[in-house]
Design a protein around this ligand. Structure first.
Ligand code: RNT
Ligand code: ZN
Length: 417
């Protein structure tokens, strides 16, 4: 793209009028790692090679050709995506994405199954995060996992989650950055549920059992993700918001906020400042619910900008594990990653270009007229020029240039699968 620097110099002056140093903002943005979810690359299928279908109340729709079917393909696709995203990042791995030479039971997975990921991550300068996979499995068919009334089923999943934490501790130790483990359980019921206390009590006990194994916090941090409902579990969710928030705060764990896991008028941007009064760190699953937990690719909409604004205004960035969680199988999957990651970064950039202290001053003197006036004026400042310059500085495609690259990779690689 032409005139990137010239446009940037003009933009720099516009922001300077509001007291914003765009050079400093760019340096800050370069250092924010976002955890990119590996499961967008193959529609949450993984490499157990059991022909498994996605279950657990989550769904992918679409049949866009070229999805990754082996770990090598997935790693190549992730590398391609990362080459079009500015900055250095993290990759969020699910337990079903191991380097399995032969079928391995979920409760038998080991660090060695993730050595290839660790070696790859080191080579590419990225860090890894991890997730137990408590869905898409015969033992989860009743819709209950670690809260199941049958002890054998419960114990199977407890062993799986323990195995996952051992793997995460190995990853964290190897990479020198804590591996964030997100705990999400699909447990719930389709219809009117009579005993709502029993499963919750069993889930709390199972989690206590899981966390009785302690690891240094330099290796792993654990987060608990709640949900309001899932497909096939419309009436009752064991890991509800109250359950997970109470569990996490009482056990010194992180809270995971997924943008698609609340009632439709609730937004996670408004939950951050509440959560941070009581927990040290938060994990985000930035997603886009369209009418339900549909996991659409995130776009640069008001809620994404509000999430970023809350993180930046309150200086929560250092205490937040920003992760993405969506899975669209109807479009090019590499594009889905790139669009979402770049949007998350754009939202952070917009937030960092805000004259926050000036706005707070107006707010605290009850000057609501000027607070609103400035908030509206800054919306049309040339943030795009700063974004383009940032991309250029990071040696990644500027503007829509990445689309051509993505299409070339599609023609050369993914369309031939
Ligand atoms: C499901 C949760 C969960 C999953 C991933 C794949 O509703 O959001 O985080 O999307 O674990
Ligand atoms: Zn999620």
């Amino acid at each position: 793209m032409k005139n990137v620097k010239e446009a940037y110099e003009l933009a720099k002056q516009s922001y300077a009028e509001y007291g914003i140093d765009t050079d400093a903002v760019i340096e800050r943005l370069k250092n924010i790692r976002i955890s990119m979810h590996c499961w967008q690359g193959d529609d949450v299928i993984g490499f157990e090679n059991t022909g498994g279908q996605l279950t657990g109340g989550i769904q992918t729709t679409g049949n866009y050709p070229g999805k990754a079917t082996t770990l090598d393909e997935l790693l190549a696709d992730i590398e391609k995506a990362l080459s079009m995203i500015p900055g250095k990042h993290r990759i969020n791995v699910h337990a079903i994405y191991g380097d399995f030479k032969e079928p391995v039971a979920r409760d038998q997975i080991k660090p060695e199954h993730f050595k290839k990921w660790v070696d790859w991550a080191k080579k590419n300068g990225v860090y890894l995060d991890f997730n137990p996979t408590c869905f898409s499995h015969p033992m989860s068919e009743d819709g209950l996992t670690i809260s199941h009334p049958n002890k054998e089923v419960r114990d199977f999943w407890i062993r799986h989650v323990k195995a996952c934490r051992e793997i995460a501790a190995y990853i964290g130790k190897e990479q020198g950055s804590p591996c964030a483990v997100n705990h999400w359980f699909p447990d719930g019921m389709k219809d009117i549920t009579v005993d709502k206390y029993g499963p919750r009590k069993r889930m709390a006990d199972a989690l206590d059992e899981v966390f009785s194994v302690e690891y240094p916090k330099e290796y792993i941090v654990d987060a608990i993700e709640s949900k309001v409902f899932g497909i096939g579990a419309e009436s009752y969710t064991v890991g509800s918001n109250e359950f997970c928030v109470a569990y996490a705060t009482s056990r010194n764990k992180l809270i995971t906020l997924d943008a698609g896991h609340y009632h439709p008028t609730e937004v996670i941007s408004d939950k951050l400042s509440a959560a941070f009064c009581f927990v040290d760190e938060v994990l985000l699953h930035v997603s886009r619910p369209v009418r339900w937990d549909s996991d659409h690719v995130i776009v640069l909409d008001d809620e994404l900008k509000n999430i970023a604004a809350e993180l930046v205004r309150n200086d929560f960035i250092g205490r937040t594990h920003i992760g993405l969680d969506y899975f669209d199988a109807s479009i090019n999957r590499i594009a889905a990653w790139v669009i979402g990651m770049r949007n998350m970064q754009k939202a952070l950039l917009i937030a960092m270009l805000e004259p926050t202290s000036d706005l707070i001053e107006k707010e605290q003197s009850f000057n609501f007229t000027e607070r609103l006036a400035v908030l509206e004026e800054i919306k049309t400042l040339p943030f795009g020029a700063v974004w383009n310059y940032f991309c250029e500085q990071c040696n990644v495609p500027v503007g829509g240039e990445w689309i051509t690259e993505m299409r070339k990779y599609e023609a050369d690689v993914t369309s031939k699968r």
